[in-house]
Design a protein around this ligand. Structure first.
Ligand SMILES: [Zn+2]
Length: 198
């Protein structure tokens, strides 16, 4: 079995937008990003089963392109509280303006992220943005969501253990004070010994 050249080219061009051939106005692209796509790049090793769909609306203007990326998907991560793996929802959206250099345009809003590319670059590879936006859509907190009854989705055995470990905080504090007092005693002991040296 052999791949003809066209098939190979098509595959490598999957994330490229040949903007010159596009009519002005919005164009929608849908990308299904799998685990392989993410694992080929730099990702947290404890994360697995990346699965996301990115819908890109690429709005072509004369000297710039307004890009809106909508991320929706999942990734399996270890829970920060109980340690069990669970499916974390990825859900976010991002705006990006691609501005062709050599032109000036006042209609770009300051708050948008702007990147500049030379007008001679007639094909834009967006795979790095897809990767970055998926990473950015990972919530900072990785904790099992509560179930429909408001009960924690965490491993109950791990929760019980955590409860036990955090139980008597006063006791711990007392131990800390005891430790400090011992330290004070040691210092006090040293005091007279240092005295004659002065
Ligand atoms: Zn958990």
């Amino acid at each position: 079995m052999s791949f003809d050249r066209e098939t190979v080219m098509k595959h490598t061009r999957e994330y490229e937008i040949a903007w010159q051939g596009l009519k002005p106005g919005p164009h929608t692209y849908v990308y299904d990003i799998d685990d392989r796509f993410m694992q080929e790049r730099e990702v947290d090793e404890s994360f697995s089963d990346w699965d996301a769909r990115i819908t890109l609306v690429f709005d072509k203007h004369e000297s710039f392109f307004m890009c809106h990326f909508d991320v929706d998907g999942h990734v399996t991560v270890p829970c920060d509280r109980c340690g069990d793996d669970f499916k974390l929802r990825l859900w976010d959206e991002f705006n990006l303006v691609i501005k062709l250099t050599g032109d000036d345009d006042a209609s770009i809003e300051d708050e948008d992220d702007v990147v500049f590319i030379p007008r001679s670059e007639t094909v834009i590879d967006i795979s790095n943005w897809l990767y970055e936006f998926i990473l950015l859509s990972v919530p900072l907190q990785h904790i099992h969501p509560d179930d429909e009854h408001g009960k924690s989705g965490c491993n109950p055995a791990a929760l019980n253990l955590l409860d036990k470990l955090s139980e008597p905080p006063e006791h711990k504090e007392n131990q800390l004070w005891k430790g400090l007092e011992t330290l004070k005693d040691i210092k006090a002991d040293k005091q007279p010994k240092q005295g004659p040296k002065k």
